[in-house]
Design a protein around this ligand. Structure first.
Ligand code: HEC
Length: 562
């Protein structure tokens, strides 16, 4: 009893740092476990942190700075607010951990017993998930300029596999100096048309936010996002996605300039599984870029979008996206009973730390729940990240100096069957309510209507699509198919011809054109087109069969044997 009383007296009257026998937090027992877990993944050689945090000497040298950046919650970078919803791999420190770090720094950063310092974490050199089953490397290195604004570049990675595989994880190796690649997104281009956008074969093409056409019947369902310091996400059994022969992978990367000219040549490692896909999540996008017209100086400009769930689903992951004026980013669901369920709340958005967040537990969103996106933008001079000083009017766009209001969710519809189509259609209709002339939404709606055998509905949606963007071969081809179904054969042929003018190697359009030429009795032209299709795709049974029929018809017309 007496000793305890003395202890209390000591703490109260003598400055803590001078008190003999009073234990301060030390590196060995208290600090190493925090730093190894929350800092070392980035603060180590070859990673983005500006100095390593792997030894006592590293930490002691930066003790005051470490205390300051953890107290302000600048480090570790973690945007979502605590207490709303729990995410996987949360790097946020607890209030207690922050207090311990401050106390340790204030006490002169004591080491503690050197023999009791835990071993620093081991990070595998090279691929974090082990040797990939397939590695695709950018065909050519990209030369990164020494200075100037950030660079956004897209590499097209051809896939030469001849069979389909299921991919459970993707890892990206930036292939350049540490910190040069800020983050990357991988997109699967099933139309294999991305190489046509390249500035020269193998060199890729510029652009910050990349749009890839995907059939509405085969929409993307998985985030393929990477950033330094993260362990790649691995899809659970049943969630792997299919990579088909001929698919092109497009790696969209954000590059930070280092002050000297450098090269990057990224590689993508793919990890396969023999467990086929049995669960079908869908990535849905909410957005409202057209509402982005932010006056210079406006400090709280709000952009909204609200989407009503057409079915029961679980939210598995979320990816909010804005540029440098974004400030407070909120997404929540209002349930049919009026209660609110948070999906994410980011009080101080910083696009530099953007990430895909996976929920620790799926968030159930019942049919009728309304998902709300509420993004607040600060276009005042007080926003330190404002790319314009003095501030200027800013609108939606894909340059870093434009703004964006996007929210992606990975949703898994409940129920035994694949219900993506129902969800997809509700998203398309929601987009059309906001923007009746939206190209992608009209194209997708056209495809959905074709699948429901509503060809005249498809024609009008697809006509809107080609008016909105006349330069898209897929849209002309699909409009041609719809016109053919309503019996407007010559209109259809015109659309296929436009598609081929835009993309001469578009085989589906050439095949369709040949069909409409057969119908119009233009056998000579049809045969020439079918021969071209077969030359590019020698084992296309449909094209061969059609060619045989056309040749037979030609012979018959010439009066020969049938
Ligand atoms: C996701 C990667 C990542 C993690 C995790 C991370 N850092 Fe950092 N840290 C960085 C990067 C990148 C920078 C340099 C850019 C910057 O300062 O914004 C940085 C900068 C710093 C700085 C210098 C800040 C300044 O103002 O110059 C300190 C100090 C720091 N980190 C400490 C920590 C501590 C302590 C932790 C763990 C509690 C931690 N970091 C976790 C990536 C990370």
């Amino acid at each position: 009893m007496r000793r305890l009383a003395v202890g209390v007296w000591l703490v109260v009257t003598i400055p803590a740092s001078a008190a003999p026998g009073v234990s301060h937090p030390n590196f060995a027992h208290d600090i190493a476990p925090i730093v190894y877990r929350a800092c070392a993944p980035c603060h180590r050689p070859g990673e983005t942190g500006p100095f390593p945090l792997l030894t006592y000497a590293d930490a002691a040298k930066h003790a005051a700075q470490i205390a300051a950046v953890t107290r302000s919650r600048y480090m570790p970078p973690w945007l979502p607010e605590a207490g709303t919803v729990k995410f996987e791999g949360e790097r946020r420190l607890t209030g207690e951990e922050i207090r311990i770090i401050s106390e340790w720094a204030a006490a002169g950063a004591p080491e503690g017993p050197p023999g009791e310092i835990p071993a620093p974490p081991h990070f595998p050199a090279g691929w974090q998930l082990g040797m990939p089953d397939m590695v695709l490397e950018a065909p050519q290195a990209f030369q990164v300029p020494a200075a100037g604004p950030d660079v956004y570049w897209n590499f097209v990675l051809p896939n030469h596999r001849t069979t389909s595989v299921y991919v459970r994880a993707v890892e990206i190796r930036p292939g350049g100096g540490a910190g040069l690649v800020h983050h990357a997104n991988l997109l699967v281009d099933r139309l294999a048309a991305s190489h046509e956008r390249e500035v020269a074969p193998g060199e890729g093409f510029p652009g910050m936010d990349l749009e890839i056409m995907r059939s509405p019947f085969d929409p993307p369902g998985n985030f393929l996002f990477w950033k330094p310091g993260s362990v790649p996400h691995q899809e659970p059994d049943g969630f792997a996605w299919r990579l088909d022969p001929g698919d092109e992978l497009v790696l969209n990367i954000h590059l930070r300039l280092s002050g000297k000219p450098e090269y990057v040549r990224p590689a993508v490692g793919l990890y396969f599984t023999d467990k086929p896909q049995t669960r079908f999540p869908l990535l849905i996008q909410m957005e409202n870029d057209q509402a982005l017209d932010i006056p210079a100086g406006a400090s709280d400009f709000v952009v909204k979008d609200d989407f009503r769930m057409p079915l029961d689903a679980d939210a598995l992951a979320i990816y909010p996206h804005a540029h440098y004026l974004g400030k407070l980013l909120e997404a929540y669901a209002t349930l049919p009973d009026g209660s609110r369920r948070w999906l994410i709340r980011i009080p101080d958005w910083n696009p530099d730390w953007q990430a895909v967040y996976y929920y620790r537990e799926p968030v159930f969103l019942p049919k009728g729940a309304v998902i709300s996106m509420r993004y607040h933008y600060d276009n005042s001079a007080a926003n330190v990240r404002n790319p314009h000083q003095p501030p200027q009017r800013v609108q939606g766009g894909d340059q870093a100096t434009d703004e964006m209001a996007h929210l992606w969710l990975e949703l898994l519809p409940r129920g035994p069957q694949d219900r993506r189509r129902e969800l997809q259609e509700a998203v398309i209709r929601h987009t059309l309510e906001k923007n009746p002339k939206d190209f992608a939404a009209n194209l997708n709606l056209g495809a959905v209507m074709l699948s429901r055998l509503n060809a005249s509905g498809a024609v009008s949606a697809l006509e809107t699509a080609v008016t909105a963007d006349p330069g898209r071969a897929e849209a002309h081809n699909m409009l041609g198919v719809a016109l053919q179904q309503v019996g407007r054969n010559s209109g259809a042929a015109t659309e296929f011809e436009i598609a081929l003018k835009l993309r001469p190697e578009y085989l589906a359009a050439r095949f369709n054109l040949a069909n409409s030429q057969i119908k119009a009795g233009k056998l000579q032209e049809a045969i020439a087109n079918l021969r071209q299709v077969i030359a590019a795709k020698p084992d296309d049974p449909l094209a061969r069969q059609r060619l045989q029929a056309a040749l037979a018809a030609q012979k018959q017309r010439a009066g020969g044997q049938p």
